[in-house]
Design a protein. Structure first.
Length: 451
C-alpha cells in the first residue's frame, strides 16, 4: 500500500459486492462505488447504479476533471495516449530480493478501497523498469500491458525516452552503491557505472577493477585473479624478470593508448616464442588496437603454423614489418585465408620468405588452388542484356568469365581474391566484366546484378 502524492485527481470504480457492508454476501446487486480523490485532499465515496453516469464536482474546490484509475492500472499506454494534457508526474522506486534489483519508473494509482473505513489503497504501476539480476544480466523492460478488448491508442504510445532510462540506470547504480547489493562496493572511488556492476557480477572471481578493461577474461574462469597474477599467467609459466618487466610495460602502454588491454595479443607470443630475448622484443612491438582487437584466436593459429616453418627471429621480423594500414589489411586477409586453409595447407604450402607480402601471396595461391579443385567445372550463365556488353570498345575486348576456370585464371594473373565472387556470380548476385588489352587483363569491373 502506498500513500497518494495527490498530484492527479482520480476516479476509481469498484464493485459494491466485493466490499464489506451491511448486506455483504447476502445480496447481489449491480451497484458500484465511485471513489473520487481530488488534489485538494477531499475524497468522496458514492454508491450508484452501474449504468448511471455521474457529473461529479468536488465539494471543496469545484474541480470537475478526474482521471480513470481503472484504465491507468489495466492499460497504462492507452491512459497516457488519451490524456495527453495530463502532466503525469512519475516517480522512481526500487525493489530488491536475493535474485534481482528492480528500478521502476512508475505512477502511484488508487487500486482498491475499504468502504466502511473510507480508506483508499494505492500501488505502483511501472511504465518501464531496469532489472539487474544477481548473475549480472541487465534488462530494460517497457510496460506494454493492455486490455486486449480495448487496444485503441496503443499505436501512439511511445516507450520512455533515453533520458528516463539514463536516470533509471543512474538511480539503480546509486542504490547498489549505497546498499552494498550483491556484495558490490565502490571502495576504490572509481567512476563506477552499471556496466561495471554487470561485468563484475558475471566475473566475481576477478578482484581488480581494471579487469573491466581487458578484451578477454573468459579464460580466467577458475580461481581468483588479480591483475598481477593474470599477467604472470599470460607469461605461460615463464619466470624471467626481464619478461615480467616487459609484460607490465606492454600492459601499461596498451591501457594508455587504447584504454583496453588485448591479452590475446600477448598470448600469441608467450605461447609460441621460446627465445627469451626475442620474446621480450615481441612484447615491445608497436600495438595497433584496430588491427588486433578481433583476430586473437585466429592469430594464435597462424603463428602456430609459422612455428612449424620459421624461426622465432623470422616471426619477430614478420610482425615488425606491419607498420601501415595496408599491412594491417593484408594481415587480416592472410588470417582469413589461413582459417580457410588450415586443414589442408600443410600439403600445399611452399615455404617462402617470412614477410607479409610473401606469406599473403602464398596463402592466396593455396586458397586459389583449393578453390579451383572444388569449382573449376562450375558453369556460369548470363542473360542477353548482360552479354550485350561483351564486344570491342576502342582497344579493349570486354569478356565475361564462362566458368570457374576462367575466373581462377583471371585471379591468378591479377593476384587478387576474385575467385571469392564465384558463388555470387553463379547465384546471380554479382557480374564481373574483364577488359583485355593486347591479350592482357587491363581492368575489371564488378557490379551488382539486377534481380
Amino acid at each position: 500500500m502506498k500513500s497518494n502524492n495527490q498530484h492527479i485527481p482520480w476516479k476509481l470504480s469498484t464493485n459494491f459486492n466485493h466490499q464489506r457492508h451491511l448486506f455483504y454476501n447476502k445480496v447481489d446487486t449491480d451497484y458500484i462505488i465511485e471513489t473520487y480523490i481530488c488534489t485538494c485532499g477531499h475524497k468522496n465515496f458514492i454508491v450508484s447504479n452501474a449504468h448511471q453516469e455521474l457529473d461529479y464536482v468536488c465539494e471543496e474546490c469545484a474541480n470537475t476533471k478526474f482521471y480513470d484509475a481503472n484504465l491507468a492500472w489495466t492499460n497504462m499506454p492507452h491512459f497516457i495516449s488519451t490524456n495527453e494534457e495530463l502532466d503525469v508526474k512519475f516517480q522512481y522506486t526500487f525493489s530488491e530480493d536475493e535474485e534481482k534489483i528492480t528500478a521502476d519508473y512508475s505512477l502511484t494509482i488508487p487500486t482498491d478501497i475499504d468502504f466502511l473505513q473510507e480508506e483508499i489503497f494505492y500501488d505502483e504501476r511501472a511504465v518501464c523498469s531496469v532489472v539487474l539480476s544477481a548473475d549480472g544480466i541487465v534488462d530494460e523492460i517497457y510496460l506494454l500491458m493492455f486490455d486486449r478488448e480495448d487496444i485503441s491508442g496503443i499505436d501512439n504510445y511511445q516507450c520512455p525516452n533515453d533520458e528516463i532510462l539514463k536516470i533509471l540506470n543512474a538511480n539503480l547504480l546509486d542504490y547498489i552503491k549505497k546498499n552494498g547489493c550483491f556484495g558490490i562496493h565502490d571502495s576504490r572511488k572509481n567512476d563506477f557505472t552499471l556496466a561495471h556492476v554487470h561485468f563484475f557480477l558475471q566475473h566475481q572471481n576477478l578482484k581488480d577493477f581494471d579487469f573491466y578493461y581487458w578484451n578477454d577474461v573468459d579464460y580466467l574462469n577458475e580461481g581468483e585473479w588479480s591483475i598481477e597474477s593474470a599477467l604472470l599467467n599470460l607469461l605461460n609459466r615463464r619466470t624471467e624478470k626481464s619478461l615480467k618487466k616487459a609484460i607490465n610495460m606492454n600492459y601499461a602502454k596498451q591501457r594508455k593508448e587504447s584504454n583496453t588491454f588485448y591479452a590475446n595479443f600477448i598470448g600469441v607470443f608467450t605461447v609460441h616464442i621460446e627465445d627469451v630475448n626475442i620474446l621480450r622484443e615481441c612484447l615491445g612491438l608497436e600495438f595497433d588496437a584496430d588491427t588486433y582487437r578481433s583476430i586473437g584466436g585466429s592469430l594464435h593459429r597462424l603463428v602456430g603454423f609459422f612455428k612449424r616453418h620459421y624461426t622465432d627471429k623470422q616471426i619477430l621480423n614478420f610482425f615488425k614489418g606491419i607498420t601501415t594500414v595496408r599491412d594491417s589489411e593484408l594481415l587480416r586477409d592472410s588470417i582469413n585465408q589461413y582459417s580457410y586453409l588450415q586443414d589442408t595447407i600443410e600439403n600445399d604450402f611452399n615455404k617462402v620468405k617470412c614477410n607479409l607480402d610473401a606469406i599473403h601471396d602464398e596463402l592466396l595461391r593455396c586458397a586459389i588452388e583449393i578453390k579451383r579443385e572444388e569449382s573449376v567445372d562450375v558453369k556460369l550463365s548470363y542473360i542477353d542484356k548482360e552479354l550485350a556488353y561483351c564486344h570491342i570498345i576502342d582497344a579493349y575486348e570486354v569478356l565475361l568469365p564462362q566458368n570457374g576456370q576462367d575466373l581462377f585464371d583471371w585471379a591468378n594473373t591479377l593476384r587478387n581474391c576474385l575467385t571469392g565472387y564465384l558463388d555470387n556470380i553463379k547465384n546471380k548476385y554479382t557480374i564481373i566484366y574483364g577488359f583485355f588489352l593486347m591479350e592482357r587483363y587491363s581492368l575489371l569491373l564488378k557490379s551488382t546484378r539486377e534481380r
